[in-house]
Design a binder for this molecule. Structure first.
Ligand code: ADP
Length: 650
């Protein structure tokens, strides 16, 4: 059999079958979106051909005019979406329309399947966009005839969207692609002229290519005859080139959906033109929800780059810093060359200037949203906050702007709070902003490290994102207030703060406290020495605590050390991270500590005391959310202690 009439059957990859099943059986009350998806694909194909023709002009014939055509045929009940774009060859048809390339998508599909099985909310799928497969919302069978630009061969892909598809040789005069939808009985209304006009207007008016609709009209020459012709149905001017005041919110939203496949409106947008030495237009969007791969290492991000209205590339990362990877949109530069390459982008002064402006505009936009609609902003922050915090580390020159966008939980229990609001609540005399870091709000809020601060009426910010540690260390200060980690060894409550902030009746002068501390240190020395000896493998130092009021002990982080949970996280992913020994602090006024001291004094080698010291250390680990080295031994000791306590009750 020669290639011309061989029909090859292929099986869809499992994840495609799952997507198709979701599309057909459970998805989208709004079936209309198939048209937006297919027109989007056609427009992308035209853009790609225009771009490839820059370096290879022979790809487009003379008098070539890029077009998308919608051809309804009531006789055969088919709707064809035709383009003369880049087209696909045989292997591209099999790959692009038979697999889902992105590994993250595969995971998402699995998740969706589970959601479906649990009868959950399938809106999630909108975040990933089913693209071509949305054809099956309205079609029982789909045929794709395509000819790759530069080739004379055309191929037909055909499938009923179940298990398999076929590919065979075909004929096509022009390069490009036709997607032919065999409409389901109940969806034949998509053949109507006014319906197609209305949908194209609504979804695709801003596409910068002409979309023509085939219509049937009574012939001018012969009133009894009907003639077919094409009529343009869109404005075919790129949305971002139109003046902002002429664009409606709905058009912006539709453009955003076209660009991102998101089913929801964006959270915010900014449309601006920069004139001067470098000229560019930008239309930027901030989504409401994160893409599924926001935290995956191979996350594709960036904006779509155009040069003088010619599409250059998708996901242009160079125009956005990594910490704004959720921003979507279009940037159209007047100054970059058309044959711009990735290398050129990487060290282009033009790109650096654009990027700076983009960062500034996005941060201003977010600040405005935070002011105008604080509740919506908090929803946004909960999702994208951890990404923006990365900016504190990577772009320290933006810290002033970023710091006003930050929101944290705090001991003031007012929900998420901003740094300016924290500062407003600071009692007179408090000079620092205190924070504590851990794995969950409750663990951090109840941590003994905060006891002293709470007693003084000082609010503490509670940080629980993995990035918080290095983000906040890059910030260091807000306005003129240093940010101080309440869990570090060098936590100091200054005298002025003590005086003004201390609301308790037993306010004491600083020198008296220092004296008391060194006295306590002298008194506690035998116990401290014993603890050092017993715990020498685990802690670097043992000393008297100033921060504890109710708990007997806690572990604090030495200078340069990392919080325990961050260190664990790092060690899980990287080899050779040494374990930092932390510092054990003892509360000298706690009855338990006092009693242990007595025991040490009366029997300096007491075995029981050794066990209790180990128990106190284990407890300190548990309180901060760390695993204890020997849970079995811990449990046995607790049982023994409980037994003694119970027996003492009898
Ligand atoms: P997406 O557009 O999000 O990549 P789709 O499922 O819509 O996903 O399409 C998959 C791929 O099929 C596209 O990336 C593109 O390579 C190819 N494709 C789809 N439609 C066309 C078309 N009209 N012309 C050329 N290629 C197309």
């Amino acid at each position: 059999m020669n290639e011309t009439n061989e029909v090859k059957t292929h099986k869809f990859k499992a994840e495609v079958t799952q997507v198709l099943d979701l599309v057909v059986n459970s998805l989208y009350s709004n079936k209309d979106i198939f048209l937006r998806e297919l027109i989007s694909n056609a427009a992308d194909a035209l853009d790609r051909l225009r771009f490839e023709s820059i370096s290879n002009p022979s790809l487009t014939p003379e008098n070539y005019q890029a077009k998308i055509r919608l051809i309804p045929d009531p006789e055969s009940s088919t709707l064809t979406i035709w383009d003369n774009g880049i087209g696909m060859d045989k292997s591209e048809l099999a790959k692009e329309l038979g697999t889902i390339a992105h590994s993250g998508s595969r995971e998402l599909v699995e998740k969706l399947q589970q959601v479906k099985e649990a009868n959950g909310d399938l809106q999630l799928i909108g975040r990933f966009g089913v693209g071509f497969y949305s054809s099956y919302l309205v079609a029982q069978r789909v045929e794709v005839v395509s000819r790759r630009a530069g080739s004379s061969k055309a191929y037909r892909w055909r499938s009923d969207g179940k298990e398999t598809f076929t590919i065979e040789a075909a004929q096509r005069d022009d390069v490009g692609t036709s997607v032919i939808l065999q409409l389901k009985e109940e969806h034949k209304d998509y053949l109507s002229e006014w319906r197609l006009r209305e949908l194209t207007k609504r979804y695709s008016d801003f596409i910068n290519h002409t979309i023509e609709l085939q219509v049937e009209r009574v012939s001018k020459d012969d009133k009894d005859k009907k003639e077919k012709s094409f009529e343009a149905v869109n404005q075919a001017s790129a949305l971002w080139t139109r003046p902002a005041k002429e664009i409606t919110d709905e058009q912006y939203d539709e453009f955003y959906k076209h660009l991102t496949h998101d089913y929801e409106k964006p959270f915010a947008r900014s449309h601006f033109a920069v004139e001067g030495k470098q000229m560019f237009t930008a239309l930027l969007f901030i989504p409401k929800r994160p893409p599924f791969d926001l935290f995956m290492p191979d996350n594709q991000h960036g904006v779509r780059l155009y040069v003088r209205r010619v599409f250059i590339m998708d996901n242009c990362e160079e125009l956005l810093p990594q910490w704004l990877r959720f921003v979507r949109g279009v940037i159209d530069s007047d100054d970059l060359p058309l044959n711009v390459s990735r290398e050129l982008l990487q060290d282009s002064q033009i790109v650096r200037t654009i990027r700076k402006q983009v960062v500034r505009r996005v941060l201003d936009l977010l600040a405005k949203k935070a002011g105008d609609s604080p509740d919506e902003y908090l929803d946004f922050w909960r999702v994208f906050g951890p990404v923006i915090k990365e900016g504190l580390h990577y772009d320290p020159e933006q810290n002033e702007k970023i710091s006003k966008l930050l929101r944290y939980e705090s001991t003031a229990d007012q929900g998420l709070t901003s740094l300016p609001d924290y500062v407003k609540r600071m009692p007179e005399g408090q000079n620092s902003i205190y924070y504590a870091i851990g794995t969950s709000r409750d663990i951090v809020a109840n941590s003994p490290h905060l006891e002293g601060l709470k007693k003084k009426g000082y609010e503490v910010l509670l940080m629980t994102d993995a990035v918080d540690q290095w983000a906040v260390e890059s910030l260091q200060k807000f306005e003129d207030k240093p940010l101080v980690n309440a869990m570090r060894e060098d936590l100091k409550l200054e005298q002025s703060e003590e005086k003004a902030g201390d609301t308790s009746a037993d306010k004491e002068p600083k020198d008296k406290q220092v004296k008391e501390k060194s006295e306590a240190e002298i008194q506690l020395k035998p116990l401290i020495e014993r603890c050092k000896e017993v715990l020498s493998d685990h802690v670097s130092e043992v000393r008297v605590s100033q921060r504890l009021t109710d708990s007997p002990a806690c572990l604090v982080i030495p200078k340069g050390g990392l919080p325990a949970h961050i260190e664990r996280l790092l060690r899980a992913t990287q080899r050779g991270i040494p374990e930092t020994k932390r510092i054990l602090e003892l509360n000298p006024i706690h009855p338990l500590v006092k009693r242990l001291l007595d025991i040490q004094k009366s029997d300096s080698t007491s075995e029981k005391l050794k066990e209790w010291i180990e128990l106190i250390y284990d407890q300190a680990l548990l309180i901060e959310g760390s695993p204890i080295p020997d849970p079995q031994r811990f449990a046995t000791r607790m049982t023994q202690l409980l037994q003694t306590a119970v027996e003492a009750q009898q």
